[in-house]
Every structure is written in C-alpha cells, then in structure tokens.
Design a protein around this ligand. Structure first.
Ligand code: GLU
Length: 327
C-alpha cells in the first residue's frame, strides 16, 4: 500500500512538473530592462519613471518590464550601460559627447564606440546655489569657500570644474571642494556644512526646492562671462534658472548660466525590438509623456533628436524613419 502511495505521489509530482514545463514557453518570457537615472530629488529619476511607465503600460504587447534605478548620475550611467549592468541610462549631452570621443573621464579608456543614442529629453542648467549669509554674489566669491562640486560619477562635477576654471578658479587649490551626491547637498547647505553647491539639473527639481525652502536663505548665483567657455566647448549653450519654480529663493530675476540637455542612451548590444518599443511608446504618446514633468514643457518631437553625439541605435532609427522624423 505504502509503495502505491509513494509511486502515486512521484507520478503526481512528475505530472505537475511536466505541466509546468509545457506552460512556460506558452507564456512569452518577460524581458527586464533597467534604466539608470540619478539622485531621487533630481529630474532623471522621475524621467526614468516616466519612460518606464510608457512602455510598461503595453506589457502584454511587448513583454517588457522596465524598472528604474537611482544612481550617481551621467558618468555612472554611461559606464554601467557599456558594461551591461544597465540597459538604458540618462546622461548629459556633454557627457555623451565626451564618452563617444574619449574625453574627460574617458580619456584613459578612449572612445566608447558601443554607446548609442536613443533620444534627448529636457534642458538642464548648471545651477549654483549659495547661502545668502556666505557673501557669494558672483562665482569669484567662491574663493576660499566650501563648495560641493558633485560626486565622481555625476554629470555636474565636470561642469562645476569648467565653470570655476572659466572664472580662473582652480577647484583643487582655490576652494574647499566637496564631493557629495546631489541629493545630500541641500541638507549640507541648510545645516551650514557647505556655503554653496553646483547641480546640473532640469527645473523644477526636488533638490533645488529643498535647498531653497529651508530656514537658511539661499539664492542662485549668476554664472556670466561665458564667451570663452562657449567658444571652447561645443556642447555648452547659454541657459538660465527660472526662479518661478522656486519662490523662496531670494533672487529677483532669473539667473543666467549655461547648460546642456538630458539624453537617453543605451549600448549597441541592446536588441532593436526593445529600443524600438520604448521609442514608439514615448513618441506615439508624446502629449501624455510631456505632461509627466513640468521640465518637459519645451519638448517637441523634433528637438528630442537634437544634442546627440553617439550614433542613433538602429531600433530608434527605425521608428524615426517610419515617422518621417528622419529622412
Ligand atoms: N545632470 C545630473 C548628472 O548627470 C543629474 C541630474 C538629475 O538627476 O536630474 O549627474
């Protein structure tokens, strides 16, 4: 009797296992894709969420499940996309240029030929926030001050160094440079542990809201005298900080500065169908996408193809050609 039960149980398990094996190929396998962003109080993080949302809505059609990761920013994302740790990443247009050409953080490694552009997104401006009580009215006043220039891996770190160098300031000697993450900078400023910080970010951003809404009064420092910088670096353009988003900042008018664009990148190794699906969902539902963040208000389908240096991924190119966005 016992033997019969044992045999029956074994048979039953066998049947269940066989049924599971048969049912697996029938349910198409989900492809998981990861999107690298930035600090959670930046604009990359909600942007990754917005892109993921567009494609996840059609999960039944594409079998793609996109998830978002908070990261150290542009440089980290490019490297993680190229090493295969992330499928997609958001990065500044200047960093895409540098990675493609083997400059800045990629000087030793050389040109990153596997990098592929997908589309560009919102404009980002180099934002210098200083405490009112620190006596910083111009970038020159940063000399001798404690300034957060950004963590290694962030996009803004090189922008801070370039802005300082343009003003004749050596970040290693003339200021006390901190390397904290952008998400920590507002707290450090409010606690009096730094006098100012740089953040290259779209507006409005949670981090800048946090920095301007605290007890310690703060303002945006205008970054001017940019002719030389703009002539030297092809990827920088004039920009400004719209103070309407930050009513607690003590500026009376928008602060001039320079900026770049946020861009969406991947690796040449990412399958065409994945890239095509994401591009199609964002562009086919462009008006819905635009509503997901106020920083997207200036976007047009056409300007989302500007500011890219690496070659377009073939999955993106296919969609843009089909839609007549590229001839
Ligand atoms: N521009 C920043 C960077 O590349 C990130 C800004 C954001 O997270 O919105 O590191």
């Amino acid at each position: 009797m016992k033997k019969v039960i044992v045999i029956a149980t074994v048979l039953l398990f066998g049947l269940v296992a066989a049924a599971m094996m048969i049912s697996t190929p029938a349910q198409a396998r989900t492809t998981f894709v990861t999107i690298g962003t930035g600090g959670i109080t930046g604009v990359y993080y909600p942007t990754g969420g917005a892109i993921a949302k567009m494609v996840n809505k059609k999960r039944k059609l594409y079998n793609i499940r996109a998830t978002v990761e908070s990261t150290g920013g542009s440089v980290f994302n490019i490297n993680a996309v190229l090493s295969g740790d992330l499928t997609f990443g958001i990065c500044q247009s200047d960093r895409q240029y540098q990675a493609w050409h083997g400059l800045a953080e990629w000087k030793d490694k050389g040109p990153q030929k596997d990098l592929r552009a997908v589309f560009s997104i919102h404009p980002e401006s180099v934002t210098l926030v200083a405490a009112d009580d620190a006596g910083i009215r111009t970038i020159q006043d940063l000399r001798g001050k404690r300034v957060n220039i950004g963590n290694p891996g962030s996009g803004q770190r090189q922008n801070s160094i370039d802005a300082l160098a343009n003003a004749g300031i050596d970040y290693k000697k003339d200021i006390i440079a901190e390397s904290a993450k952008a998400a920590e900078a507002p707290g450090l400023l409010q606690d009096g542990r730094i006098d100012a910080f740089f953040y290259t970010v779209g507006h409005p951003s949670g981090a800048i809201k946090e920095a301007t809404a605290g007890k310690r009064k703060v303002h945006f420092v205008p970054i001017t005298g940019l002719d030389r910088l703009l002539a030297k670096y092809p990827y920088y353009a004039r920009a400004y900080i719209p103070i309407k988003f930050y009513p607690s900042a003590t500026n009376k008018e928008d602060a001039p500065t320079f900026g770049v664009k946020a861009t969406f990148v991947t690796s040449a190794k990412t399958p065409n169908r994945i890239v095509y699906a994401i591009v199609k969902e964002v562009f086919d539902n462009f008006e819905a996408f635009k509503k997901l963040h106020p920083a997207y208000s200036v976007l047009t389908k056409q300007n989302m193809l500007e500011g890219l240096t690496a070659p377009l991924h073939p999955g993106a190119l296919k969609y843009f050609k089909e839609e007549g966005l590229i001839k």
